[in-house]
Design a protein around this ligand. Structure first.
Ligand code: PMP
Length: 403
């Protein structure tokens, strides 16, 4: 009873934030009896813990007492400088350190951009499906969502064009162009250009969320959407979570004026600054280690896991179930026959009988209406466990009763 009365005091903006289903899935995932493909976790064994320990030590030795003082909201200038160079070399984006702000993971950057732009009811476009953590952040600002489908070339730009024509009031377009969460697909070069042209035409901001960009197992990277930005409409965000460690809670945001200054002001109001100790440690890590070599090691390990999952899917999944073949990132998206509810199936059959978990489709769509799919993560488990889990899952899917 206490809980119900207390919830009457909650602001309207959080009333849609029902994460109970997800909480249950992740609780079940933690059970060691289950093989969980639900999380979006890097492999524990690949964290460079010794190098990070040395980096924290070095940062504290160099920084002395001053390191423990308050510091700038925008974040350590030498680290922003290194990231400006990385943006030029790895994303074809020419910016200065002044265009970069360090954030508490990419998640905070998403939240700040939403906080800056979205009034209650404002129109925004999101991919369908999309990153559920971004939906959780956006939900709090109560936007009106327009869902844009994703195909093997990323966001369907023709569909977006029609949507913008019908709803020119759309002010924000959120996309994960590289190894999309949850489908694993990458937006083609032409679509990147077309997207910027549409944003220019309809006076919209693009939020380019690209934490998986460097985790490519086949082929070569495309320039970031920000590369094609002619009017300062693209906010690019990325993160050290997937390439170094999520526990560092450090991401970065790249934007032009007036957006960057407004976002710095909002971060100041939110948490004053990120941890200067951690930022100095990352700066030291980058100065003394070859992060590109580290990323190459990650890619070699993750490629094996991706291939193990694709091989098992080819072998054990029935022909009426399709799945994506990502060239990088963390996830594979599975599409079940029409009419199947992946959430119900998980609860009733998959978890109790196969002891396997995934993230069902619905919570990854803004309108929560698509049910016949799920996301699989392949980075967190070893290849043998991946094969065992997919075999068990396939065993159930072989016997699906579809009308
Ligand atoms: N964007 C996407 C697409 C993600 O998948 C994630 C993490 N799962 C994030 C942002 C946020 O990650 P972090 O805050 O750890 O950088």
């Amino acid at each position: 009873m206490g809980e119900i009365i207390m919830k009457n005091l909650f602001a309207n903006r959080v009333l849609n934030n029902d994460t109970s289903d997800l909480n249950e899935i992740f609780k079940n995932s933690a059970n060691p009896e289950n093989i969980s493909f639900a999380g979006g976790f890097p492999d524990n064994r690949l964290f460079p813990d010794h190098a990070l320990q040395a980096a924290y030590q070095d940062a504290i030795n160099r920084g002395g007492q001053a390191l423990f003082q308050y510091a700038s909201t925008q974040g350590l200038a030498t680290l922003r400088q290194k990231l400006a160079e990385r943006m030029a070399n790895h994303a074809d984006v020419q910016v200065t350190a002044d265009n970069i702000m360090l954030t508490q993971g990419g998640q905070q950057a998403i939240d700040l951009v939403a906080k800056l732009l979205l009034n209650h009811g404002d129109a925004m476009a999101v991919e369908g499906p999309t990153y559920m953590g971004a939906l959780a952040a956006f939900d709090t600002y109560e936007p009106t969502y327009y869902e844009i489908p994703v195909d093997h070339d990323g966001m369907d730009i023709r569909y977006l064009r029609h949507t913008l024509k019908a709803h020119p009031e759309i002010k924000l377009i959120y996309t994960v162009p590289d190894f999309h969460n949850p489908t694993g697909t990458t937006m083609s070069l032409q679509r990147r250009k077309d997207l910027v042209a549409l944003a220019n035409q309809y006076d919209a901001i693009i939020l380019e969320d690209s934490p998986y960009r460097d985790l490519r197992y086949d082929g070569t990277n495309l320039p970031a959407i920000k590369h094609f930005d002619t009017e300062g409409r693209v906010v690019f965000i990325s993160s050290f979570s997937k390439i170094l460690s999520p526990a560092l809670r450090t991401g970065w945001l790249v934007a032009d004026e007036p957006l960057i200054q407004a976002l710095v002001n909002l971060k100041s109001a939110t948490d004053v600054q990120s941890s200067s100790v951690t930022l100095a440690a990352i700066d030291s890590y980058l100065a003394h280690n070859d992060i590109d070599q580290h990323i190459a090691n990650l890619n070699a390990a993750y490629q094996i896991k991706r291939d193990a999952m694709l091989n098992a899917l080819d072998r054990y999944f029935p022909a009426n179930v399709s799945f994506t073949r990502p060239a990088g990132g963390f996830f594979i998206w599975v599409v079940l026959p029409q009419g199947v509810d992946a959430k119900q199936l998980l609860k009733d059959v998959i978890l109790p009988q196969a002891h396997v978990a995934y993230v069902p489709a619905a919570c990854q769509f803004a309108h929560r209406k698509v049910t016949n799919g799920f996301r699989l993560n392949f980075t967190g488990l070893d290849p043998v466990t991946i094969t065992t889990g997919i075999k068990r899952l396939g065993g159930i899917l072989q016997h699906l009763n579809v009308d």
